[in-house]
Design a protein around this ligand. Structure first.
Ligand code: GUN
Length: 300
């Protein structure tokens, strides 16, 4: 049987609609417009595309967008000074410093200089600790998007075996914490895991976030499992013409879709959810800053 394809593009559109609804209430009832500041250092083309999309979608949701583009050779002290200015700016409710940063800048230092309440990436060490101890945190956008899709598909996740393949600070670790908070039995696997295939086959929920093209074949998937593919890998596609490429996930979609109960495609699965959740986090940060109730349906 073929799996249900989880349509991340459509799901992200519903999240953005909810965000826009909360934003218009914040404006009309409270006279507050949420604001998101995005900082880009250097001219990495992929980062420029991300930042442009973030700015566009922020404005479409009715929020204010503040873009700060700094040259590649910006001294660390200047970037830290900008972060400090944004921390103190009451019109800015969320701050995102686009990663990766140039090599001469200490990423951890910059991330931990962001006011935790404005850290819409959820990367600040305080937010990592709050999430790990089950307290109210800002939650990283990609795992938040995955959680929203899983809750939508399953209702309750309680008691399910979840395997997260990948142990990054941005996806793997926070994803595992969120699944644990929803009462899954969680395994974090990675490139050194012994019998990775066997570990994956135990998963009712399999989250792949390793960044290796099509590493997980269909026969590693438990029949009926839900597969969330976070990978976005560009590989050569000679069948499309010389020099052409295509996007694939960390899961071999063609074989996995015949085994899984539900699966996210690449592209059009997890990807669109990340920016939608960034907008959601900005609204959440704005509500918390103004002692208003948590925006329904947008938090972990
Ligand atoms: N670069 C690629 N993805 C991300 C992200 O989610 N947040 C930040 N800050 N930088 C990124």
């Amino acid at each position: 049987m073929s799996a249900k394809i989880i349509d991340g593009k459509a799901f992200a559109a519903t999240v953005r609609e909810k965000v826009a609804g909360h934003v218009s209430r914040l404006k009309e009832v409270h006279g507050i417009t949420p604001g998101l500041a995005v900082v880009l250092v250097g001219e990495d083309p992929a980062s420029e595309v991300y930042v442009r999309n973030k700015g566009k979608q922020t404005l479409e949701a009715g929020m204010n967008s503040y873009e700060h583009k700094l040259p590649e050779d910006t001294p660390e002290a200047d970037l830290l000074a900008l972060v400090e200015t944004l921390n103190d700016d009451p019109a800015v409710h969320g701050i995102l410093v686009q990663l990766p940063l140039p090599k001469h800048i200490d990423e951890e230092k910059v991330i931990n200089a962001i006011a935790p309440a404005k850290d819409v990436d959820g990367f600040h060490i305080l937010n990592v600790g709050l999430l790990g101890t089950g307290q109210k945190a800002m939650v990283p956008c990609t795992p938040l998007g995955c959680l929203m899709m899983l809750r939508d598909h399953h209702g309750s996740l309680s008691g399910l075996n979840a395997v997260v393949v990948g142990r990054s600070n941005i996806v793997g670790k926070p994803m595992a914490q969120l699944l644990l908070r929803d009462s899954c039995t969680v395994t974090i696997a990675h490139s050194r895991t012994k019998d990775l295939a066997e570990v994956c086959r135990r998963a009712d929920i399999l989250v792949a976030a390793v960044g290796r093209p099509e590493m997980i074949p269909g026969d590693w998937v438990k029949p009926g499992a839900t597969v969330i593919d976070v990978g976005i890998n560009r590989i050569p596609a000679p069948e499309k013409g010389e020099g052409k490429t295509r996007l694939v996930g960390d899961v071999e979609f063609e074989s996995a879709k015949d085994v899984a109960g539900a699966i996210t495609p690449v592209p059009g699965g997890v990807g669109p959810m990340t920016i939608a959740c960034l907008l959601a986090n900005t609204v959440t940060a704005c509500c918390r800053e103004n002692n208003l109730p948590e925006p329904e349906g947008l938090t972990a």
